[in-house]
Each structure stands twice: as C-alpha cells, then as structure tokens.
Design a protein around this ligand. Sequence first.
Ligand SMILES: Cc1cc2nc3c(=O)[nH]c(=O)nc-3n(C[C@H](O)[C@H](O)[C@H](O)COP(=O)(O)OP(=O)(O)OC[C@H]3O[C@@H](n4cnc5c(N)ncnc54)[C@H](O)[C@@H]3O)c2cc1C
Ligand code: SF4
Length: 611
Amino acid sequence: MTAEGLVAALLADTGDEDWPARVPNRLDSVLAALPRPARAGVHTAVAALETYAVLRTGRRLATLDPDARESLLGSLAARPRLVPLLDLLKVPVMLAACTERMPTAPLAVTAPEDPPLDCTPAQEWPTRSTADVVVVGSGAGGAVAARTFARAGLSVVVLEEGAHHSTASFGRRAPLDRFTELYRDGGATVAVGNPPLLLPVGRAVGGTTVVNSGTCYRTPEHVLGRWSSAYGFRLAESFGPRLDEIERTLRVATQPLDVLGNNGLLALAGAERLGWRAGPLRRNAPGCKGSCQCVVGCPTGAKQSVQLSVLPDACAAGARIVTGARVRRILLDHDGPGAPRAAGVQARRPDGSELEILGPLVVTAAGALQTPPLLRRSGLGGHPRLGRNLSVHPATSVAGRFAEPVTAWKGVLQSAGVEELHDRGVLIEATASPPGMGSFVLPGLGRELRSELEDADHLATLGAMIADRPSGRVQGRDRTLVRYDLDPRDGDRLMTAVRAMGRLLLAAGAEEILTGLPFAPRARSLDELDELLTRTTARNLHLSAFHPTGTAAAGADPRRAPADPEGRLRGAHGVLVADGSVLPSCPQVNPQLSIMAAALAISETWMEREG
Ligand SMILES: Cc1cc2nc3c(=O)[nH]c(=O)nc-3n(C[C@H](O)[C@H](O)[C@H](O)COP(=O)(O)OP(=O)(O)OC[C@H]3O[C@@H](n4cnc5c(N)ncnc54)[C@H](O)[C@@H]3O)c2cc1C
Ligand code: SF4
C-alpha cells in the first residue's frame, strides 16, 4: 500500500515543487520502523481514506486534482470525531515531509574520536561465560552501576539490546534515519489511554541518554525529603554528594547564552517581561555547538551521554559490554540458603541463538518500561505493585508565530527553563527540534498545513511537563503494554501549562499562539486563548512523555514497594533494581541525574554490605 494520495492531499501537492513527490518513499521508511500494530493502523487509515475518496468521487486520491483533494479533506475535517485521527496521521507524514523539504546540511565540524569502550557484538560473545555482576541495560542507571562495581574490582558484563553508535556515525546519517534506529519501536511507543501518550525510549549503548536533550536538574530537596520520609527510601538522604559526583562526570554547567539560539532567547525575553523565574538550563554538553540534534544523537560529541562519559570509565576499570543481546530472563538458583538466588542471565542474539552469563549478582537497568516484563519473564513478577506506580511527566507543546524568522532549529534543542510555576507542578522548557521531529503538531490539513509548514521558521516552541500522579502501569511479559490514564487534576495542570506557555510567548512578542489543540488551534491574544481553553479539555491535547519512572519502586513498605529501601528486589537474593523504575515517585524534574544518583547509591550500598 503506498500513501501517495494521503501525502498529496495532506501537503496540498500541486506538482510545482519536487520534494513532495519524494515524501511517500520517505514515509515508507518511517513506517517500516514502527511496531506492527502502529503500521497496520496507518495502513488501515490510508485504505479507509482511499475508499472514502472512491465512494465520493469515483477516483483514488492520487488521481484527483488539488482542488478536489482539498474539498475531500474539508469534508472529513468537518466531522469532529475524525479530526484527532487525521492529526495522528499527520505525525509520520510531517516527519517524512520535513526531512525532504529541509534536508539537514552536514555539520562543518569534524566529530572528535569517542573515548574507548569495550564492546563485543553478541554474535562474537561465547555461549557460556561468567561474571561477578551482570548488568541488564547500558542506559543512565546501568552505566553508573557497572562503573561502581568495576571500580570496586568485580568483573562486570553489561548486556545491551541495542547497538553501539559512534559520534562520527551520527554526523554521517540523516536525522530521520537515526531517529528510527535509536529508539525502541522506531520512536512510536505509545501508552494506551484517554488521551493516548507518545512515550519514546532509547535503545542503544548509552540507552535513552543517547537521545535525550542533555538537561540536568538535581533532584529537588523536597522530593528527596519525601522519598525518605514518606516512602522509606533512605538512600535519598545521601543523594547530595552523589549528585555532585554525577555532575562532575557528566561535566554539567549552565548553558552559555551565545549558543542558545532564538528559541531559548525568546523564552527568556518573555519571562523577563513577565517577571518570571527563568534562565538558561544546566546541561551536560560542554562546547555544545547548538546543532539542535540531541534527540537523534549528538553529532559533535558535546553531549556527555553515558556512552561518552560513564561507560568509558566503567570499561577502563574492566567492564565489558555485549551489544545486540536482549536479556530474556534472569536465571535463578532455587536450592540452598537464601533461595531463590540470582545465578546469571539468559540472552538472545539477533539471529535467535542464546547465550548465558552466569554470576551471583544481576542488576536490572532496562528502563522503567522494560524492567517489569523482564522480571515477570524470570518468574520474579509476583509483587502486586510491580509495573504499577508509573509516572511519566506528561508534556505538551505550544508554538508562537513571530513576525521575524526564529529558525528555532538553530541553537540548543532544550535551552531555557522557566520555573515560575514549578511549585505548582509545571516546568516549562524552551524546546525546539529538528524539523518535523518535535511533539508539536502543526494545525490544518491540505493548503492550511502546507502554508504552516512553509512558515515554520517563524515559530518558537515551548514544552511543559507536569509532575504527575502515578497514573500508569506496565503490563506484559514478552510484549510490553503501557496503560496511562491521565488523572483529572493532572489534566488541569496541563491546561495551566498551555495557558502559561501562551502567555509567555505573547509576552515575548508572538503575533499568534498555536495551541496544538485540534479544535481550538489559534489565538491572537491572551483573552482569545482563555476563551479557547474554556471550550476544551486536556483530553484533546497532543501529549508526549519522556520520563517513565516508578514501576519497581524502592521503599520500606513490603506491600507497596517491589524493591527494598536499598534497591534489592524483594523475593529473591542478588537482584538489584537500578534504573528509572526504582524511583519511588516522579522526581518533578528531568530525571537523568536522579536515576544516576539512585543507581550510584544502590550499587555503592551493596558493595558496603556485601562486597
Ligand atoms: C527524547 C528524550 C529526551 C530526554 N531528555 C532528557 C533530559 O534532557 N534530561 C533528563 O534528565 N532526562 C531526559 N530524558 C529521560 C532520560 O534520558 C531517561 O529518564 C533515562 O535515560 C532513563 O534511564 P534508565 O536507566 O531508566 O533507562 P535507559 O536510559 O532507557 O536505558 C535502558 C537500556 O536498557 C536496554 N534494554 C531494555 N531491555 C533490555 C533487555 N531485555 N536486554 C538488554 N537490554 C535491554 C535498552 O535498550 C536501553 O538501552 C529524555 C528522554 C527522551 C526519550
Ligand atoms: S544542541 Fe545537542 S546535538 Fe547539538 S551540539 Fe549541542 S548537545 Fe550536541
């Protein structure tokens, strides 16, 4: 099934320019990277659209003239129930369209050589081997745990399902190709719910840190206090020096203004006019060149994702990484004192063959969406709260149209933080993205959408995430199913966030606000925005989330927390949880430092007790 008709209709293609004709092929490559159900959904929608065209006009979409296609789209858009569906279809089409319309020029910088890692593809790793510690997952948490144990003199093997990508390889490949490769499910992981949430996570050596924005917030003191006093996660009391240590490793510093770019500068100007607390973000990207590609792998090597910072330290201390190895289950020894005890892991290579690494300590650091299914596959899924307690920091975006070009994608991808509403659970961050890859969905269909696309360099975009209640759960053993039901109070926070972002952009001089709401897409003043917001609810927002946490939480209450206060999985000996799952509740700020500090605390405490 080709989507030529859909693309021609959505982009109001008149044949005057070359690039729209290349979009269907590009779209095919985007769809090929999606999980089968998402791909099937798009194909079904395309088929339904074609059937509608034939029934109404007797012809397929691609053979209609532009006016007829426009009128067909108009008749569909007049049916309110179809508007959100059409908006969803736009997402992959815009990804492909922006890539073809604005191909990214190669950067005029030579990628530096990456610090060495000891990586071995799973095909070349022996079928049976041993280690003192086996770490599942090489992301934020796994990297830090591996480094601690390797530095303590233990033999450490890290198993990573994804591949290793060098900085130089990022510079050689188009952003879209990296996008579909570096994320699980081609970036289309979805939490089912009302509304559904896009919940992308990374899959590569370095985990999600490879594709994150590099923003570094320390865990707020009030959150640490709550983790310790309300959940009994006492290790939180020792986070201070551990956060210092992580910040040193990641070389965290406030982003200098000169590379921020217009997107961040406009956010700061708006905040200054309103008298709001704001500033350039602290990031782990010394020497950042403002290429705005953090979410598809930094092509300059500036961003200190863990494969450039923590993992090289771990490998220098003797840790080894096996790539392309999906851990199927943790092996257990059911005999003897303290049983069941961890005995190693069994993993699958890309060709389907299996390997085993035997060892007495297994660290699960597969991320908050993958750790619960892994534990279930291992026969360790008995705790009733495993997979529950999922927080994600739901996020939404708003754009402002400015008279002068903004060219938001020239500068730092996530550049400025506006903390005025943070004590009400709303954190605003000026976030641009490579064209088409942002979570902001341009309004309109056909000619309206095309004109928005052509004017996109006049848009500045802000994103806001909210501190949410744990409203989700991760189900499944072999296939992960994520469910997230937005709490109505969190919905209200999101609406507060939309209004605040609109207000900020207007204060910065925006002539128009694009709300991202399908039924109320534009406002030219705060009064208009307020009026629009009274007519809609958060359920109509396009929501994304980037920070899953809490699904195997640590805590003192054995009924509520699958892991004990020191991150040891309850019900088995020798299994530590050291990734986003272990956090007792959402950290209320971008979580990578919190996850790394937790992994450091858990692994160091294990060494103190048992090493
Ligand atoms: C687009 C985006 C931007 C972000 N920006 C920021 C930011 O600016 N600042 C911030 O603080 N946070 C940010 N985050 C979030 C942050 O990067 C993550 O919270 C953090 O990396 C999670 O760490 P983790 O250890 O839980 O898992 P991950 O870093 O996701 O690592 C888990 C690893 O385990 C591997 N794995 C999973 N299952 C298996 C298995 N069965 N066998 C072997 N390997 C397996 C995965 O492939 C993955 O590599 C962002 C996230 C996204 C998606
Ligand atoms: S904006 Fe991001 S991708 Fe670009 S140089 Fe800076 S850290 Fe790297």
